[in-house]
Design a protein. Sequence first.
Length: 273
Amino acid sequence: MVRIVLFDLLVERAEFGHGGNIEVLRPFLNNSDVVECLLLTPQMEAEDSRAEGCFPLKESDVPRWDDEYPFWTEHTEIFDAGKIHLRRIKMPSKDTFQELRPDAIVCSGSRRNVSMWEPWMDGCAELLRWAVVENIPTLGICFGHQLLAKALGGDVTRAENYTDIVSDLLHHSTDPVVGVCQVGLFTHQDHVTELPSGAMHISSAGHCGYAAFRLEGKQVWGVQFHPEASRARIERSFRLGHINEEELLAFQRDHDGDALLAAFANQVPPGKN
């Protein structure tokens, strides 16, 4: 079994939230027939509600829950290669991160903004810094890319305009994860404008200077684009009204984010959980 801790920050958008999570998690089934995912939704929890350990999240713990997506504590999806079991847990306190026992950590995109800091982001930043110290394979996607950079001492700046585009990537460094991806789907306004100390600049795009980075000597990556945004997810999001026609048209070009997700999963050996 492999255990993934995943910041579920787009939970209110079913296709890019839960659906995107499944796209991220499914490649781990290539190396393990059981994937356990601990989902964190600190953006929905009450203030000062962090737990001293690894405890199930109850509906009463999330007064800010967006009922557009039904609340559940546990959920299992079955595939030919195995099963993905998801459990929602309360955001743990800094002193009890070790109880999570993760084999990898993933931080998703979000409708919130690193440039408009909110108190719940402090705990997320603490957990990402802990993952770096413990050398746990970590992937930050879009908001997660920005949060990772900010948590480690980099800078994030809000651009004047929002960008929805599928763009070629220009690679500046060879890399076993990002290097397999040549085209990325971007939807963001915040940008990483200064990398943290010890970060390698891997990729840029026409509109985005720091499209991907890796911490030198660590299995820690940040990517500004959305490798989990498959064509099927995009089309269902449009049908559900989660993206508009302009966004749909902007995302028509194919990208190869699934190769990146598979390469990241391959960096994580089957866990000991």
